[in-house]
Design a binder for this molecule. Structure first.
Ligand code: ATP
Ligand code: MG
Length: 896
């Protein structure tokens, strides 16, 4: 049976049993903000199961396009090594919306599998939820399976739930022995090794889980089933791997041809080819369903899959973009069932080529470096990639850790991830130190304390700024660059403390750590920095009074002024981010931020300086939003995927656990069609109401790297201080010039103009003065040549040069040397009239004089400039000039 027949037989079978045939929904779920991608056949029917909508028919059947690359179902890393998991796959499913239940679902599945598809009952197993006696009995009765072939499994495998609340129930899975010729093995072993392969899952939606966790039986229980087409095809076609089925063989074949590498010869390139084949299908379908590569949400997932394919392609020897060339074979295999693939093919090819080229460029440089590092590691004693090398690849070549890790795994070489983290922390510590932080948190103190604590520190400080009676779990004392574990810290000592729970926010996501105090009976300490690693919060402190020992209980108090100011800046950062995207376009991406109590800094990708009008607009939007006094909506424990699909920004390279916290600010509506919105994944501290920010003032805008701009701004008290300070300066300036503030700008312009004029005037006068003064004592005759030597008042270099020209013109034929001095510096000029250039060289002369004032110089025969650093020596040096000229005259005479 080929895959077309399998799809058709499935749909036919259920259509014959009164199911309405429903076409596959797109991979991007419509009207479902809780999911990035459709990941099961039931997704398009969710509202029917939830009773929110009336289904057009109580029974349905479909072949649904699915993606399992994020959230609860993420098989991405499995793809390649596994022969059974894909990113994109097709799910065959039959559904009952409050119509038939367990008995029919089992009967239909059993009949289709054994009679319709002809799989020998002796190869089959069924699993049920351990408490579901009903299902176990039904299986035995309907299928006649031996009791030992009906297995009971725990909730992890066999209890399904739509979410934390809502429909849920036991499930039952059908497994096939893929190697029936071999002697049977233990269930645990067989299901683990893939010998017993899960092909179909029947979900019995029997309960509704209420908010209090209680299960309430549903009045009309439902059925949702899913069978992977690729697995069924492999079983029915008698091949060992999904990739040997007709769904994949042509794609693998084309890949192998293009690469010039045969499939099935070298295990490593086989994995790569499977990855390419799988991911090629995934990107083709994603592009066809309108997903565009980008740095967030669905586009980000697409980009990740595409890049993973490219990287594996490179290991097959592809050096140029190749995915686009393989698109036609996907259309060939799937196009008749999914015409959208064919329609999108040309556009998809362009998209792929652009993305691939961009990625190949960055990767080429990086991967070469990984190989070099791996070779070195193989030769080294440890035989693994040390943390420093990994860090260098990460830091210098911009390779994400996950890519380095994957390459290392393929090369079967270990990777010192702890060492990498240490290096990362050290770098952070260095940059903290470089940033001039008064207290450096030292990597070794962190390591010391990790050993002493178990579990993560609970953060209780979003609302509460103080916590009483917290026990000290561990202490370290720090001195200079090193730290040591300590039982106690005494007055005057610096150290680090760890508690099980803390109201202190540790530096993260750009927001600085809190400051504050610890108080206990008999002492006090100042908290000067708070950092966090792997969930453990490190309080950097200085004991100001008494003695602190492990086991003591302390009252922890966050400095509320510090925190509140920081919160204002944090929320303002979100407003600024949204305003930037609104004014400059959605192409703007955050590239880093700093949230301190006294200022905020925001780096973003943008190719040119901002225009004054753009800056003004951004400032205006943020301030309007502040004046709207909007109440922030902060949601914790949200599903990552759901948050991202609701529009929350996920930054490239950042890692999020499955549950996330989001910060939403109600939109600023400026006009009918102009809304500015802000929704971010963020663990930081915020004001309750935008009104608390008070005022937002941009203080600077500049470039920090190519394509990255930096904005700095202040809010609240900081902005007010700035305004007050600016007013004061303005007043002082106006008073100094005896004008009113309004007239200050024009007055300053006029003043600057007058100043320039005066300088020109003075300069002229100085030159005139020098040239008119009498030459007594300054002019001598050496060997018949007039030599004029003078010290002149300090003046700009070009002016001294003018003086020399004027004097030279006055003496007609001769040598002029001028020197001037100002704080720590000497300027020298030597000029020789044209008729003497054969005999006296101005450059050499200047050099010789300069040598006597601690300097160097030279130039042409006619004119030269030089400088020195010993003004005191100038008179002596000038006195030597006649002799130096004589030397030149004499030696030139000898030569001729
Ligand atoms: P497994 O434990 O093998 O990962 P699962 O329990 O995650 O499977 P279900 O969520 O029950 O699978 O999905 C129903 C069916 O969809 C499975 O029986 C299987 O045939 C198929 N399936 C699930 N995940 C994938 C995948 N990543 N690639 C291909 N088919 C899949
Ligand atoms: Mg799975």
């Amino acid at each position: 049976m080929n895959s077309r027949d399998i799809r058709a037989s499935f749909l036919d079978y259920f259509e014959r049993h009164d199911h309405r045939v429903v076409a596959s929904a797109p991979l991007v779920p419509h009207d479902d903000r809780t999911l990035l991608f459709t990941n099961a056949g039931m997704v398009p029917f969710k509202s029917f199961f939830l009773g929110e909508e009336e289904p057009p028919s109580r029974r349905a059947v479909s072949v649904q396009k699915c993606m399992r690359v994020s959230g609860k179902h993420n098989d991405l890393e499995n793809v390649g090594p596994s022969h059974r998991h894909h990113t994109f796959f097709e799910m065959l499913g039959n559904f009952s919306f409050g119509d038939y239940f367990k008995a029919e679902a089992i009967r239909y599945a059993w009949e289709l599998v054994t009679e319709g598809w002809g799989i020998e009952p002796s190869r089959l197993f069924a699993t049920v939820f351990e408490e579901d006696d009903e299902a176990a009995d039904l299986w035995k009765a309907i299928s006649g399976l031996q009791p030992e072939r009906v297995l009971r499994c725990g909730a992890k495998e066999n209890f399904w739930a739509m979410g934390d609340t809502g429909p849920c129930g036991p499930c039952s899975e059908i497994f096939v022995d893929v190697d029936p010729e071999k002697p049977p093995v233990d269930w645990a072993e067989g299901s683990e090794s893939g010998r017993y392969l899960e092909i179909w899952n029947l979900v019995f939606m029997q309960f509704e889980r209420r908010a209090d966790g209680e299960l309430e039986p549903l009045p009309n229980p439902s059925i949702d089933t899913g069978a992977g087409l690729e697995r069924i095809a492999a079983v029915l076609q008698g091949v060992e791997s999904n990739y040997d089925s007709d769904l994949f063989r042509p794609i693998l074949g084309a890949t192998a041809d293009l690469a010039g590498v045969a499939y099935g010869t070298v295990p490593k390139s086989d994995v790569a080819m499977r990855v390419v084949a799988d991911h090629l299908r995934a990107v083709s379908f994603l592009l066809a369903d309108g997903v565009v590569p980008s740095n967030e949400g669905r586009g980000y997932v697409l980009r990740r899959i595409l890049r993973r394919a490219v990287r594996h392609g490179m290991s097959l020897g592809f050096e140029d973009p190749f995915l686009g060339k393989l698109l036609p074979v996907v259309s060939e295999v799937m196009g008749s069932v999914y015409p959208e693939l064919v329609q999108a093919q040309a556009a998809s090819a362009v998209s792929l080529a652009t993305e691939e080229t961009k990625f190949l460029e960055t990767l080429a440089a990086g991967s070469r470096q990984v190989q070099v590092a791996i070779e070195k590691a193989r030769a080294a004693e440890s035989g693994r990639l040390d943390g420093q090398s990994v860090f260098r690849l990460y830091d210098t070549f911009g390779l994400p850790l996950e890519i380095i890790r994957e390459i290392a795994e393929e090369e079967q070489i270990g990777l010192d991830e702890t060492g990498f983290n240490v290096a990362l922390n050290e770098q952070r510590a260095r940059s903290r130190a470089a940033a001039g932080g008064a207290h450096k948190l030292l990597g070794d103190a962190e390591r010391l304390l990790f050993a002493a604590v178990e579990g993560e520190t609970v953060f209780s400080g979003y609302q509460q700024l103080a916590l009483s009676e917290v026990p000290v779990l561990a202490l370290a004392s720090s001195e200079g660059e090193s730290a040591q574990g300590a039982e106690r810290l005494t007055e005057g000592q610096d150290g680090i403390a760890v508690f099980p729970k803390t109201p202190f926010y540790a530096e993260a996501g750009g927001q600085l750590g809190d400051r504050g105090r610890l108080r206990w009976s008999g002492g006090e300490a100042e908290v000067v920095d708070v950092q966090k690693e792997k969930g453990v919060t490190f309080h950097v402190l200085k004991v100001t009074d008494g003695e602190l020992a492990t086991g003591d209980s302390v009252n922890a108090e966050v400095d509320s002024a510090w925190r509140k100011a920081t919160q204002r800046n944090h929320t303002a950062t979100h407003l600024l981010h949204a305003a930037l995207r609104h004014v400059l376009g959605e192409g703007v991406r955050q590239a880093g931020s700093l949230v301190a109590p006294d200022r905020l800094r925001f780096d973003f990708t943008f190719g040119r300086p901002l225009k004054p009008a753009e800056l003004a607009a951004i400032e205006e939007i943020v301030n309007e939003w502040i004046l709207e006094a909007e109440v922030l909506e902060i949601t914790t424990d949200r599903e990552f995927e759901e948050a991202v699909s609701a529009g929350a920004m996920a930054l490239f390279g950042e890692k999020y656990t499955d549950r996330v916290r989001t910060v939403a600010i109600p939109p600023l509506v400026r006009a009918e069609n102009e809304r500015v919105e802000s929704l971010e994944l963020c663990g930081g501290c915020h004001v309750a109401n935008t009104g608390e920010i008070g005022l937002f003032v941009v203080t600077s805008e500049r470039a920090v790297a190519s394509g990255v701009r930096r904005l700095e701004a202040r809010t609240g008290e900081g902005a007010r201080e700035l305004a007050v300070e600016r007013a004061r300066l303005l007043q002082a300036a106006a008073r100094a010039l005896s004008v009113t503030e309004e007239h200050l700008p024009e007055e300053v312009v006029a003043l600057a103009g007058r100043q320039r004029e005066l300088e020109r005037e003075v300069s002229k006068l100085r030159v005139k003065m020098v040239s008119r003064s009498d030459n007594e004592g300054s002019e001598v005759e050496i060997e018949g040549v007039k030599v004029m030597v003078r010290e002149v008042p300090s003046a700009p270099a070009n002016e001294i040069r003018n003086m020399a020209d004027v004097l030279k013109a006055r003496i007609g034929s001769g040598v002029v040397v001028l020197g001037s001095r100002e704080a720590g510096k000497v300027h020298l000029v030597a000029a020789v009239s044209a008729d003497l250039v054969d005999r006296v060289h101005a450059g050499k002369l200047a050099g010789a004089i300069a040598a006597k004032v601690g300097g160097r110089g030279g130039g042409k025969a006619e004119f030269a400039q030089a400088g020195g650093k010993e003004p005191d020596q100038l008179p002596n040096a000038l006195e030597c000039v006649p002799d130096l000229v004589r030397e030149q005259l004499v030696s030139s005479g000898v030569e001729t």
